[in-house]
Unconditional design. Structure first.
Length: 436
């Protein structure tokens, strides 16, 4: 898997991602402490509002940002967004009112909503070989999982010698280092798209996404992932400390079990995807999530919880990690930023539904009922994916162009009724999926 790091451009981008993630993790810890400093016992409400603002920024800003991103050099855009995030992190220690936290969080997360899809869309152009790209996706998944474990530990160590406000300095350093690493390489830029209006550019990614059968299936699977993930993220602390009466350390171990399962799957996925198609692998991953969540409705104790969280981590990674392969396969290079932005927005819209659902049900109906409801959400996502994503899903599709003249360049080599076959994606010359 590490062989992909021999590519200098990707190596610098991966290091930029890792350093920025660590900086973001430090900011997450510091933000919680800042909220407590400003709001005391109401810190939970402040953090909850901040998370809601984050999700709203992700859902609303990503498609709009992608509309402008296609007209800007990628490297300059990524560096600028890193510097914007660094500037916001620099201001956070100096806030004195809660509303200032909300404004800065919205600016920070809006910059992230523009940065992340553009960054994701760049990797397939840097690594055009699918096997290398698959390994890059697994490395990215490992980076996210390791950050969730390493950043809190690093923050705890730093807090023994510095105040929490100084943690934001680590975030600033992380974003500046990320900007320098991105600036140190030349990024490929796809050919510019044809001039389009702002509405067309803003909605283009969503329209391509929803017209592509495999991506509609991916969206359905995203609900399965978010249902299981929300149950883990929102209710682990309740299960461990309220139901089982254990300590904060036990909560950390349970979350680490989930991350460990995800990392195990990320390590195994490249070889698995070399042998099997994405569809059966991802559907099996979603099936693991459904079965494990159902078992969670009758948890006998903490030891079983740890085992279930490891298995959910495996299913989570197996279902989610290959998503980039589907988007790469379903887009022209010039449309990839818009399509990654659509995936970014739609996936976070799913989390925006399942996060509060898991929390509200856990508080009002009890955790066994919550497990059953979230299992039902995950199962509906799996069933919808089975229906929306055809079993026969070739990359090269035979189709006709009755709307084009016989001498059109796109029809080179076609036979009767303008029929021909090539790698099919929704775009300017293919506005509808064949047979749909």
């Amino acid at each position: 898997m590490l062989g992909v790091l021999k590519n200098r451009t990707y190596r610098h981008l991966f290091l930029a991602q890792v350093i920025a993630l660590i900086g973001t993790g430090l900011a997450t810890v510091a933000l919680g402490l800042l909220a407590f400093n400003l709001a005391g016992e109401n810190a939970g409400a402040v953090l909850g509002t901040a998370l809601a603002i984050k999700m709203i920024a992700y859902v609303g800003v990503a498609p709009i940002a992608s509309a402008f991103a296609e007209r800007l050099p990628r490297r300059a855009m990524l560096v600028t967004l890193d510097l914007v995030r660094a500037a916001v992190a620099l201001l956070l220690p100096f806030v004195s009112d809660i509303w200032q936290v909300y404004v800065l969080i919205f600016v920070l997360q809006s910059a992230s909503a523009a940065f992340t899809p553009t960054f994701q869309a760049t990797i397939p152009d840097v690594l055009p070989d699918e096997k290398e790209y698959t390994r890059a996706l697994s490395l990215s998944r490992l980076a996210y999982d390791l950050e969730s474990v390493a950043s809190p530990l690093l923050a705890a160590a730093l807090l023994t010698v510095i105040s929490f406000n100084n943690l934001f300095a680590g975030t600033v350093i992380g974003f500046i280092a990320s900007a320098l690493l991105v600036a140190s390489v030349v990024l490929p830029s796809p050919k510019p798209a044809a001039p389009r209006g702002i509405y067309d550019r803003t909605t283009r990614g969503l329209r391509i996404y929803l017209k592509t059968p495999r991506l509609r299936g991916l969206l359905a699977l995203t609900f399965a992932v978010s249902a299981a993930g929300s149950m883990v993220i929102v209710n682990t602390v309740v299960l461990v400390q309220s139901v089982f009466g254990l300590t904060q350390q036990s909560t950390a171990v349970a979350l680490a079990a989930f991350g460990g399962g995800s990392m195990l799957a990320a390590l195994a996925l490249p070889r698995l995807l070399d042998r099997f198609d994405d569809r059966p692998v991802m559907l099996i991953g979603a099936g693991i999530l459904v079965a494990t969540m159902l078992a969670g409705a009758a948890l006998p104790g903490y030891g079983v919880l740890l085992g279930l969280w490891v298995i959910i981590g495996v299913g989570y990674s197996v279902t989610q990690t290959p998503a980039g392969r589907l988007i790469r396969r379903s887009s022209n290079p010039e449309d990839r930023p818009a399509l990654f932005a659509a995936q970014f927005a739609l996936s976070h819209a799913a989390w925006l539904v399942t996060y509060p659902l898991a929390g509200w049900l856990g508080a009002s109906a009890g955790l066994p009922v919550t497990f059953l409801v979230m299992t039902a959400v995950a199962a509906l996502g799996l069933v919808a994916a089975l229906r929306l994503w055809p079993v026969d899903d070739p990359v090269v599709v035979e189709h006709t162009h009755d709307d084009l003249p016989a001498d059109h360049p796109h029809l080179n080599g076609s036979t009767g009724k303008h029929a021909h076959a090539h790698e099919f994606v929704i775009g300017a010359e293919h506005t509808v999926w064949p047979g749909r």
